[in-house]
Ligand binder design. Structure first.
Ligand code: NCD
Ligand code: ZN
Length: 346
């Protein structure tokens, strides 16, 4: 018997598309299933101004497969020199949907990020006034803080003070990986949402390190202990509208991952929906999948959900996905959940 699930077309509220040949190689993977995506600005150099975001958006649209109904929603990379007027104009013109905060040095291409939060106060206040969301990479970069503790410490040291200092600022805590982050989001009265990735619902830190080092499971924030993975699964499938899908699909060519100093990022664009259907079914909550993939995100961003639908069917034989996507800058390994997937997008 074939089981069928019809969902409003999903959106990806945290996606890395890169540029040039990598963009051309990976964009079809997202455009196949997703209607919209919040596109991260951590290019080299970063996408800082409204003009840069608009030019990057044009490059994405030009790289789209013919007729793909995919809309990139752009973000601006917050630097200590960001001009509040440029940000508010970009939001008003539709060139940017949100601003992305990277603590300087926290992750891939974050060197231009923020060191001194007082320097961005004016931008944050302007954003609070117009309702423009701040997407936050929530990890401290203090070398004294253990990498597995960096998210939890960020909440106390940075996020809570920042939210208190800027009442009304809408914040998305990106790619949450800990039970502390889940609890923090749940306790917030308003204006706080969180994205959860596909891979953090599947892997814990053992997957990265047991039986050899597995570079394709290394991403930032790094996957934590099993109890945190379980907290994320509970949050994602709970129906709580503050949690929504942001895959953080982050392509790096294999040569850059399988190296003496491998890049952080898991590439999940290709098989995310099959994996999520598997997880929600395992949790007995298939009925809540649409909320997580297609409803909660637009609601947070003040947008209507997509009108069109996708159909997922569960077959008796596993879905075949390519192990790698070929791009002009080398192959990119597709995230391997480690078990067969039976749900496919029709
Ligand atoms: C992202 C990337 O490669 O751009 N890497 C990752 O591990 N998630 C950056 C980020 O979102 O932290
Ligand atoms: Zn990311």
């Amino acid at each position: 018997m074939t089981e069928t699930l019809i969902l409003r077309r999903p959106d990806d509220w945290h996606l890395h598309l890169r540029d040039g040949e990598m963009l051309a190689g990976v964009l079809p993977e997202s455009a196949r299933h997703f209607g919209r995506a919040i596109v991260m600005p951590n290019l080299v150099p970063p996408v800082v101004t409204g003009r840069q975001a608009s030019a990057y958006r044009e490059r994405i649209l030009a790289a789209l497969p013919e007729g793909a109904p995919f809309t990139p929603l752009m973000t601006l990379y917050l630097t200590e020199d960001t001009d509040p007027e440029d940000v508010t104009a970009a939001y008003a013109n539709g060139f940017a949907m949100a601003v992305k905060l990277y603590p300087a040095g926290a992750t891939t291409n974050s060197a231009s990020g923020v060191r001194d939060f007082d320097k961005v106060r004016g931008v944050l206040e302007a954003m609070a006034e117009i309702g423009m969301p701040l997407c936050v990479h929530g990890e401290v970069t203090d070398p004294k803080v253990d990498i597995f503790d960096r998210e939890a410490v960020f909440i106390d040291r940075v996020l809570e003070p920042l939210r208190r200092a800027t009442p009304g600022l809408r914040v998305v805590m990106e790619h949450v990986t800990t039970q502390e982050a889940v609890a923090y989001v749940r306790a917030a009265e308003s204006g706080l949402g969180a994205t959860i990735t596909t891979h953090h619902l599947i892997i814990n830190r053992n997957h990265i390190l047991v039986g050899g080092i597995h570079p394709h499971y290394y991403c930032l924030p790094v996957a934590k202990r099993e109890l945190h993975r379980l907290a994320l699964r509970e949050a994602a499938t709970s129906g709580d509208a503050r949690f929504f899908l942001g895959t953080d699909s982050a392509p790096h060519a294999d040569a850059a991952k399988e190296s003496g100093c491998g890049c952080a990022g898991c590439f999940t664009a290709t098989n995310t929906l099959s994996i999520l259907a598997h997880v929600f079914e395992e949790m007995g909550r298939l009925d809540r999948l649409e909320g997580f993939t297609s409803l909660h995100g637009p609601a947070f961003y003040g947008l209507a959900p997509n009108e069109d639908r996708i159909t997922l069917t569960k077959g008796a034989t596993p879905v075949a996905y390519p192990a790698k996507i070929e791009t002009g800058v080398g192959p990119v390994t597709v995230f391997d959940p480690g078990f067969p997937l039976y749900w496919r997008v029709a």
